[in-house]
Design a binder for this molecule. Structure first.
Ligand SMILES: Nc1ncnc2c1ncn2[C@@H]1O[C@H](COP(=O)(O)OP(=O)(O)OP(=O)(O)O)[C@@H](O)[C@H]1O
Length: 341
């Protein structure tokens, strides 16, 4: 369990004072993947750097498994940092060292013997999928491969926590997904807690269970990813949800659906946490004499199941459609018949 209590950071420069992090409070469960999202300047990087004290807090506490990081002296902090791995947007690799040597670096600093280092590095190379690239230099690697080196290096000393500072922001969408899959894989295999900061809702949707939204140094909204997706409250959160879901359909679009529905009825299905959204449609089609056509929709998979809405055109006898509606209402899927506004 990680606890952040009243954490603040003020930067004072010659002519201004910036409150980068403003009294943040958070609880992060052991073993979870927790996301912090915010636009540029929200204070995310400062926040994540406060956790391992790459940045010294102005006030507040960081407590990791009962150890108050913010109270440690320099020597204890150095030891403690071995339990907090970190990866970066621009990888921060040592360019004159090979993949093996980069990964071995934190082990050298920790005083691990050469034989043990070699064995551990081989294990890590296998874990992050870099077999065959051991002797390559960072300049010879793709962005995704460089981040794999970063991840292996961060895991070298068996940390309890992995901090990810915009770890996929420099990568293309496909490579982003492969790195996110690797993070999920190591989270499951090693049970370590992952805290990531990002400005991309896609990243949150793909791998996080819980999320906090930051704006102006403060957390303005937090909760389970499904909850935040289904009931975003703050304007900034709504914008982030739109990044992956698109804008919710307005009345005009719904009116168009109705105009083109002829004899059918327009249904709106809302999925929150469903894992089987396709199954329910095929079940309805099998059970009832109703033809179902998908008009429009967007359903995304999150770590806790599917979320989204789907507009369907249902054609059949009104009585049969009513029976189908009753059947859907027995599941966790919400359904409504769209009528003229
Ligand atoms: N070393 C520093 N000195 C002065 N101000 C700083 C320093 N580091 C960050 N800031 C300021 O603190 C605020 C938060 O910056 P921070 O980098 O934490 O935000 P962010 O959400 O990570 O944004 P980005 O993704 O653009 O880095 C900004 O106004 C920034 O200018």
């Amino acid at each position: 369990m990680i606890k952040i209590e009243q954490l603040s950071k003020v930067f004072k420069t010659a002519n201004q004072t910036v409150q980068a992090v403003d009294q943040m409070n958070l609880s992060i469960n052991k073993g979870e993947i927790f996301g912090v999202i915010g636009y540029s300047g929200a204070g995310k990087s400062t926040f994540i750097r406060l956790i391992n004290r790459l940045e010294e807090p102005s006030t507040g506490k960081v407590i990791i498994e009962d150890q108050e990081i913010t109270r440690l002296n320099k020597k204890d902090l150095r030891l403690s940092r071995q339990e907090i791995g970190m990866i970066f947007q621009h990888f921060n690799l040592l360019w004159s060292r090979t993949v093996r040597e980069n990964i071995a670096f934190p082990l050298e600093i920790a005083g691990v013997s050469k034989a043990e280092r070699n064995a551990r590095v081989s294990e890590l190379i296998d874990l992050v999928g870099l077999t065959g690239k051991e002797n390559a230099y960072p300049a010879q690697l793709s962005g995704g491969q460089k981040q794999r080196v970063g991840i292996a290096r961060a895991l070298a000393n068996n940390p309890k926590v992995l901090l990810c500072d915009e770890a996929t922001s420099a990568l293309d969408p496909e490579t982003t997904d492969s790195i996110l899959a690797l993070l999920v894989d190591i989270n499951e295999k090693l049970g370590l807690t992952i805290i990531l900061i990002t400005h991309e809702m896609h990243v949150i949707q793909k791998i996080c269970r819980n999320v906090a939204v930051m704006e102006d140094g403060r957390i303005v909204e937090q909760g389970s990813v499904l909850n935040v997706f289904s009931h975003p409250k703050q304007p900034v959160t709504k914008k982030f949800v739109e990044q992956v879901m698109g804008k919710p359909e307005d009345e005009e679009t719904e009116e168009l659906f109705i105009q083109h529905s002829n004899s059918g009825q327009v249904l709106k299905l809302q999925f929150i946490g469903e894992t089987t959204h396709q199954a329910i449609i095929s079940q309805v089609a099998k059970k009832f004499d109703v033809e179902l056509n998908i008009l429009q929709g967007s359903v995304k998979q999150t770590q806790a199941g599917a979320y989204g809405s789907l507009y369907l055109l249902a054609i059949g006898e009104p009585e049969t459609i009513n029976q189908a509606l009753a059947f859907i209402r027995e599941t966790s899927v919400e359904v409504e018949v769209i009528q003229h506004g």
